[in-house]
Design a protein around this ligand. Structure first.
Ligand code: FES
Ligand code: FE2
Length: 455
């Protein structure tokens, strides 16, 4: 497969109002391998929040593509991004999702690493069992070549040749700010992490979260249950209730590097936990940003993280396992120090909507599995579901983008029934362009690793 094969999988003719994607991008294992190498292992991916390792010796494990990594805070409070593979013979060193440990001991031959990744113990080493050549080498855990934070959102890259994180994220950092600044003391993780797997391609999830078109038909049961509840039922005070056509501003924006944002105003903002703080919030962040904090916002940080504020506030991280299997990890986040009442409402809304036990997520994952099952043979070829909204797409920033100071590549505004799909163009174009660039380069991105101490 070469660059022209990738080019041939997307028909992208905005001047004719045509955008189509071939079903192979969702089912080809060959494409999955390329995505892993050149997208997930070839550039920035989200790893987690710094508050997941808040104290000295705290750590958590995650992945960059197929690579297991450890994010560890050392005794001096410095965070390290480490490759979770022993320097001795490559065994996985750390097997736990998170914890607090001064050392990590490899289960195979007990090589031991401290919280900064330095090797502190090799059996028989001090009795001269090894030669000079061995002694001349560093034995610490490999470091992730690039490891940076934007306001506590940690990203890593196995490819050292990537732009600085803030350049990669570009204007989408505004949407991280809209979350971090909701409380005067930043955000925190609500205890509990949810993991689940679906039998479908990873791109189905990132597309779905930007897809307002599907909401009414797919989540019909959820809407029926919510609307059947008494208006004064606190547990029913869902933010997506009482949506009325015409009273809602909806839109989408595509940014460079595949990031995108879908937003909606005018929903039932009184149901949002943050609404109780509105006066203080407006005083602290201004009327425009306070309004945006109460908007529905589904934002994709390409390729693996979505920051979703609709029913509640969620970080959703995807990890492709194969072309037809995806692992998802989700976290509920909240302003640090919000009232017990607001926190309870947040958690109830979160439970109601999200995750395998919620009323919305299972509707979506069932559809992903349907799509994967239906795309079993070549009879399924060109999907047409990317063209709604092309008649209204703007190359100039829409007013909602301007009020946040944003200059998206394309943006759309309209009523919810517009069901814009041009928001999907950004990630697909980034996907295509990243793979094409990698495959057409004489000097394909090489993966180089630094170790805990300079070699
Ligand atoms: S593989 Fe880790 S100590 Fe041998
Ligand atoms: Fe959905």
């Amino acid at each position: 497969m070469d660059a022209s094969d990738i080019e041939a999988l997307v028909i992208d003719r905005p001047e004719d109002g045509v955008f189509k994607v071939h079903a192979d991008i969702y089912r080809s294992e060959e494409i999955f391998e390329l995505e892993q190498k050149y997208i997930f292992e070839g550039g920035w991916v989200f790893l987690g929040l710094d508050c997941q390792a808040a104290e000295p010796y705290d750590f958590f494990t995650t992945h960059i593509g197929r690579q297991s990594v450890i994010v560890s805070r050392d005794k001096d409070g410095i965070l390290h991004g480490l490759i979770n593979a022993c320097r001795h013979r490559g065994a996985l060193v750390c097997h736990t999702a998170s914890g607090n440990a001064r050392t990590h001991v490899c289960p195979y031959h007990a090589w031991t690493y401290d919280s900064a990744g330095n090797n502190t113990a090799i059996t028989e080493h001090d009795r001269g069992a090894h030669g000079a050549g061995f002694d001349a080498e560093d034995h610490g855990l490999r470091r992730i070549p690039r490891f940076e934070s934007y306001r506590g959102f940690l990203f890593g890259s196995l490819n050292p040749d990537v732009p600085p994180l803030e350049a990669y994220l570009g204007e989408t950092t505004v949407f991280i700010d809209l979350v971090v600044d909701q409380g005067p003391d930043g955000l925190e993780l609500v205890p509990g992490t949810v993991h689940y797997t679906y039998r479908g391609n990873w791109k189905l999830q990132i597309e779905n979260s930007a897809d307002i078109y599907h909401f009414m038909p797919t989540h019909e049961t959820l809407l029926r249950i919510v609307n059947a509840r008494a208006a004064d039922d606190a547990a029913a005070a869902s933010a997506y209730r009482h949506r009325k056509e015409g009273s809602v501003t909806r839109g989408s924006m595509c940014f460079p590097n595949g990031h995108n944002a879908m937003f909606g105003g005018g929903d039932n903002i009184r149901a949002r936990p943050l609404y109780r703080e509105l006066d203080r919030l407006m005083e602290r962040v201004g009327a425009v940003r306070a309004k945006w904090m109460l908007y529905t916002r589904n934002v994709l940080f390409f390729p693996n993280m979505q920051l979703l504020e609709n029913a509640s506030l969620q970080i959703r991280v995807n990890r492709p396992v194969s072309a037809s299997r995806t692992d998802i990890v989700t976290y509920c986040i909240a302003p640090r120090g919000e009232s017990d009442e607001a926190r309870e409402l947040r958690v109830r809304q979160y439970e109601e909507f999200f995750n395998p036990s919620g009323l919305a997520t299972p509707d979506d994952t069932a559809i992903f599995e349907d799509i994967q099952a239906a795309a079993g043979a070549d009879a399924v070829d060109w999907n047409q579901g990317y063209m709604r909204g092309m008649g209204t797409v703007s190359r100039e920033p829409i007013p909602e983008a301007r009020e946040l100071g944003l200059n998206p590549v394309t943006s759309v505004t309209g009523s919810p029934s517009l069901g814009d799909e041009t928001i999907l163009h950004g990630p697909i174009r980034a996907w295509r362009d990243r793979l094409k660039a990698a495959l057409s380069s004489e000097d394909r991105p090489s993966l180089r690793y630094g170790s805990a101490a300079a070699e």
